[in-house]
Design a protein around this ligand. Structure first.
Ligand code: FNR
Length: 181
């Protein structure tokens, strides 16, 4: 299975990027995870949506050809970061490459609630008509106090979180296989 990860933080030392990289490495025998670079994606602009910059076309094609999308998001001011909403806007228009594409969500924050509000909002957004992505039910991954949970090498040191991720990954694969029989 080919999965693309879209990370809602473009900073180099992003914990959400570390989480995506950890998933990529730990579950490499279960699926191929490519983390997409959204740093260069320009602001969505309806004037150019039919003839967007090459970087947007490439991004949309990677999503289009993937079997599923993993969203890994921080929470900014109680909601989804603008960089993530921006790429969702691109994905929701013209060829609408997300429609029918299975999704699942994770998020990490330094606060204790671990992106609860951002994920609630993201779930709503992913059900909008231009995206309409079937979403893994339940299995909500909120990694709170994330700054205490990674070591220097990018490994998750919190055993409870690792075990929960194992469960969620298995549930995602079962759900994907059942939904796409
Ligand atoms: C934050 N942060 C934050 N955390 C949280 O739990 N709820 C929130 O509403 C916010 N709001 C917020 C706004 C802005 C503009 C910033 C820069 C940060 C803190 C956030 O969890 C922390 O910076 C994470 O490290 C961001 O994720 P990455 O970049 O490490 O992936």
């Amino acid at each position: 299975m080919k999965v693309v990860a879209i990370v809602g933080s473009i900073r180099n030392d992003s914990y959400n990027l570390k989480l995506a990289q950890y998933v990529q490495k730990r579950y490499q025998d279960k699926f191929d995870l490519e983390i997409l670079n959204i740093r260069e994606i320009p602001f969505y602009d309806q004037d150019i949506e039919n003839n967007p910059p090459e970087v947007v076309t490439e991004f949309k094609n990677k999503v289009k050809t993937a079997d599923a999308v993993l969203w890994v998001t921080p929470e900014y001011n109680g909601t989804v970061p603008g960089v993530l909403v921006n790429v969702i806007d691109w994905l929701s228009r013209v060829d609408k490459v997300m429609i029918g594409k299975p999704s699942w969500i994770m998020g990490a924050s330094m606060g204790n609630l671990g992106t609860v509000k951002a994920q609630m909002h993201l779930r709503d957004i992913l059900f909008s008509p231009g995206i309409n992505s079937p979403l893994l039910p339940s299995n909500e991954v909120y990694v709170g106090a994330v700054h205490t949970k990674f070591d220097e090498a990018g490994n998750l040191t919190d055993e409870g979180t690792v075990q929960f991720l194992d469960t969620v990954v298995n549930n995602f694969i079962d759900w994907y296989n059942r939904s796409n029989r």
